[in-house]
Design a protein around this ligand. Structure first.
Ligand code: F6R
Length: 633
């Protein structure tokens, strides 16, 4: 989830690009770069770290040109470093690209290019794009671009500049957002609206599989499939008349229905029109899960490219410990069930601050899985160091490439959720669960513990996850109503069983951290051992009662609460006909395998916490006393 921007006009490009990048920094901030079309050659700079580093560099070494592109990176392949920063150049430096997305088949493409003598300078997936373009170039930039794009699998929004075509930017979109800003004698490209708002409010939201050619004079839009048949093919983004250039002229001159006027202010646009980052990030979950799974499921199996632990090594472990804090620990609790179910290994999920001071019995046959969104949490980092000191192997599940915990681990798998801005974790949590489940299946296959068809069946359902998450978010209205009714309550109880008792823990944590309401998460079977004493008519219990082997037990627990006059808000499966007769409020989630159900069941709880917080007049993005990354003990 990087930020990209392009400018082609008559004004100096660099200040406009930097200004745009500043407005896109919430999309990524581990490095930044620009490239412009100079009089004879491409001129560029890039720098690791925040955008300010690049700004300082450009103040010392200004780049003069009126066409160029910029990028602010959120690493997916290769740690944040100058070499891995965008733009990436062809060997002769006549072509440069910036990219947002993930190229799934970059390993194969890279091997092919290397065989043809191409020397790579970075570890990124992006670099293959520019080399493919350079190799396919025979004088027609658009055609070389098309040929390169044809070979890519995955997701991309990519911008291309070339010193041989100094006034133009080519752009393509497939699976990652891209907009064209339409100005007077100047045009813009950006991954997101805020970047262009100070300059123009007229925009074309580039549709899937479209290519745009942007010059100071106009914008031509092509259908990627149609460009194969020739330039200037008709496209529904334009008005479809005449050749590309003619259409571009008209696009610039008139606001056809396809050129929309954006009426958001910059602050609202950063949040894509949502009121807060938290709710934006809740809505980003379908895409974040899709990105996390991208390229990791092939032929009914889980494939982790560049993963250093071979199946033989995975077979040698006899125990797993998962360490994490807060929400990440809840993901670890879910993973405990998945690893035990599929890989048939004994698993402990331990809070990092306890793990680091425990009398640990660990050795060479122990696998420790550290889970951390930020990769900087002090207790988890200390736990990783201690585990390694004792001879265990550490695999980290993390969202921030190149952060401290991955650097100190034996292996790392990244969730590709993109930056999480809101303090309360949402999309990091669901992507952690998805990735941990993939890891459980990989472990299971390596150890021969799960039949191929069972794994393939779960993976098949995982493919449907983004759609099911989207459908679950569709319950927002009902959840708003629940929040309207119960936002003044002082206490909440959340209960679940097996895979979904961590969901109860997470629901309680979300509510307390952003709405300051006391909430407790419990394993529903524990109710009778104490907490049921709390239940009365003013005390809501949120019950996770989706289809599972303990469904009947959950129904009994709900009945016990109702028998004591308690109020029950339930999360149940769509096909369920029994829970609805028992409870006061019901939110339905799609039916799925129990191991996937926590990913769906938590979403109504995230939304509940969010709407309660807003109702109480609080700022859900910045809860009191909390920091996004806990780098001290
Ligand atoms: C809760 C939340 C925290 C984090 C915890 C671990 O919404 O965000 O509980 O989950 O501080 O942080 P990471 O995952 O960065 O190690």
């Amino acid at each position: 989830m990087c930020g990209i921007i392009g400018y082609s006009g008559r004004r100096p490009a660099v200040p406009i690009i930097l200004d745009g990048l500043r407005r896109l920094e919430y999309r990524g901030y581990d490095s930044a770069g620009v490239v412009v079309c100079g009089a004879e050659r491409l001129l560029g700079e890039k720098e690791r770290g925040r955008l300010d580093n690049l700004v300082r560099l450009l103040a010392l070494r200004p780049l003069a040109a009126t066409t160029g592109v910029g990028h602010t990176r959120w690493a997916t392949h290769g740690p944040p470093s100058k070499e891995n920063s965008h733009p990436h150049y062809s060997q002769d430096e006549t072509f440069a690209v910036v990219h947002n997305g993930i190229i799934e088949n970059f390993h194969d493409l890279r091997r092919g290019l290397e065989r043809r003598g191409v020397r790579f300078r970075s570890q990124t997936d992006t670099e293959v794009i520019v080399h493919l373009i350079a190799q396919g170039y025979e004088g027609d930039l658009l055609e070389a671009f098309r040929r390169a794009l044809e070979q890519l699998r995955g997701a991309y929004a990519v911008l291309l500049v070339s010193s041989r075509h100094p006034d133009e930017i080519l752009a393509a979109r497939h699976g990652s957002p891209l907009i064209v800003g339409v100005g007077e004698g100047e045009n813009f490209l950006a991954s997101d609206v805020p970047a262009i708002l100070p300059y123009t409010r007229r925009a074309i939201y580039l549709k899937e599989n479209r290519v745009a050619r942007v010059t100071p004079a106009g914008v031509e839009v092509y259908d990627l499939a149609a460009t194969a048949r020739g330039r200037g093919a008709r496209t529904s983004d334009g008005d479809g008349a005449g050749d590309g250039a003619a259409r571009a002229a008209r696009l610039e001159r008139s606001s056809t229905t396809r050129v929309v006027t954006i009426d958001l202010d910059i602050k609202a646009a950063e949040k894509e029109g949502f009121d807060h980052f938290m709710v934006k990030e809740i809505h980003e979950q379908p895409r974040a899960i899709e990105e996390t799974m991208r390229g990791r499921v092939r032929g009914g199996e889980v494939v982790f490219d560049d993963f250093p632990l071979s199946p033989a090594r995975l077979r040698k472990f006899n125990r797993v410990s998962i360490i994490a804090c807060g929400t990440a620990w809840h993901a670890g609790l879910v993973a405990k069930f998945a690893i035990e179910e599929f890989a048939r290994m004994s698993v402990d999920a331990v809070i990092s601050s306890e793990f680091r001071y425990a009398n640990l019995v660990l050795g060479r046959r122990d696998l420790v899985i550290a889970v951390s969104q930020s990769g900087e949490t002090a207790d988890t980092l200390a736990g990783v160091r201690e585990a390694r000191r004792l001879g265990a192997t550490v695999v980290t599940i993390c969202n921030v490439v190149g952060s401290s915990i991955p650097r100190e681990s034996n292996a790392v798998l990244y969730t590709h959720a993109g930056p999480e801005v809101a303090v309360a974790s949402t999309k990091a949590y669901t992507t952690q669960m998805a990735l941990l489940l993939l890891f459980a299946l990989r472990l299971a296959r390596a150890r021969g513990a799960a039949p191929r068809d069972r794994v393939a069946a779960v993976l098949e359902q995982m493919r449907a996850l983004p759609g099911m998450v989207r459908e679950t978010i569709g319950n927002d209205r009902t959840i708003r109503q629940i929040a309207a009714k119960y936002h003044k309550v002082y206490n909440y109880l959340f209960v679940g069983r097996r895979y979904n008792y961590p969901t109860a823990f997470e629901g309680a944590l979300k509510l307390k951290e952003i709405s300051y309401i006391h909430a407790e998460g419990y394993q529903a079977g524990e109710l009778k051992h104490g907490p049921i004493a709390l239940v009365d008519g003013s005390f809501p219990t949120v019950a996770i009662c989706v289809r599972s082997p303990v469904y009947e037990k959950m129904l009994s627990n709900i009945q016990e609460i109702k028998a004591r006059g308690g109020l029950v808000l339930a999360v149940a499966s769509k096909s369920d006909r029994r829970v609805s007769r028992l409870v006061d409020w019901l939110v339905r989630v799609p039916d799925t395998d129990e191991c996937l159900s926590p990913i769906l069941a938590v979403i109504p709880l995230q939304l509940l916490a969010y709407h309660v917080s807003v109702r109480r007049g609080l700022d859900p993005d910045r809860p009191r006393n909390l920091a996004k990354s806990v780098t001290v003990e």
